[in-house]
Ligand binder design. Structure first.
Ligand code: FE2
Ligand code: FE2
Length: 270
């Protein structure tokens, strides 16, 4: 967000929030707060919505009947998450349906091994990992294992959000994300113990920088603003470190190797 200095009033707002001030539906929100809140909600809405569409083809392609049911459940969960956020945005005066109609939230990059770093499309607010195609069952599983886990870590902060309607909505969403990542964990073990292990490692190498980029740049200033407004609790680096530690341990147990990630080598926003 803007690099301007904060006004006295805004600094007072940060103090009040630090001392426990919350906002509820229908309450008038300070402009800086409302803008930051809407940014985060749009990002979550478009991510959940395009996540549901990206997972949907895997109902048909899942390897067993039991897995088709699980994938269908996950698709339903993601679309429900989008609908929860949709309602919050509507409550803030946003026209979400027009946005859905004019944005191609189902669009995926046709290039299987693309690495776009921190770049993103205009007027499409999803986290940019959702621009990549889920082209193999191993990708679907890695998405559960990595992205649903990353989402879980990010949403954990929202469980204590200063915006009460969001805090309330996240409780159910968070539980469902935990189920999605558990599905990933189960399958990572199965695939890593099978003849698919080398291919899984190959796909992990492709998806790892993509998921690490989801945490944004560790030097970004907008994150500090979100923390000041009680919309996040930890900065990008803290959330990312916790996530990496968890994935690292699980990969070691499964005999997989996490590739090296260099934030400074990622293509940046243009
Ligand atoms: Fe979700
Ligand atoms: Fe999920």
């Amino acid at each position: 967000m803007s690099a301007r200095q904060y006004t006295e009033e805004e600094i007072k707002l940060f103090d009040e929030i630090r001392n426990g001030r919350k906002f509820d539906a229908g309450e008038e929100l300070p402009p800086l707060y409302k803008k930051a809140l809407k940014n985060l909600l749009w990002m979550q809405h478009d991510s959940e919505y395009s996540g549901a569409l990206g997972y949907a083809p895997w109902i048909e392609k899942a390897p067993t009947m039991q897995e088709k049911v699980i994938v269908a459940q996950i698709v339903k969960d993601e679309m429900r998450h989008a609908s929860v956020i949709y309602k919050l945005l509507e409550g803030l005066g946003e026209d979400v349906m027009s946005h859905i109609e004019k944005t191609e939230l189902g669009w995926k990059s046709p290039e299987d091994k693309a690495q776009i770093g921190f770049q993103r499309l205009k007027d499409d607010y999803r986290v940019n990992i959702f621009y990549y195609g889920i082209n193999f069952w191993e990708d679907f599983i890695l998405f559960n294992f990595l992205m649903d886990r990353a989402a879980g870590h990010q949403l954990e902060d929202t469980l204590d959000s200063s915006y009460l309607p969001w805090k309330k909505g996240i409780e159910g969403i968070y539980k469902e994300e935990i189920m999605h990542l558990a599905h990933g964990d189960k399958w990572i073990k199965i695939l890593a113990a099978s003849e698919k292990k080398d291919f899984l490692q190959e796909r992990l190498n492709i998806w790892w920088p993509r998921v690490m980029n989801v945490f944004g740049s560790t030097s970004g200033r907008s994150n500090d603003l979100y923390v000041n407004l009680g919309l996040k609790k930890r900065n990008n680096q803290m959330v990312r470190d916790t996530f990496v530690k968890e994935v690292q341990d699980m990969c070691e147990q499964a005999g997989l190797v996490l590739p090296e990630y260099k934030e400074e080598e990622q293509p940046t926003r243009q």
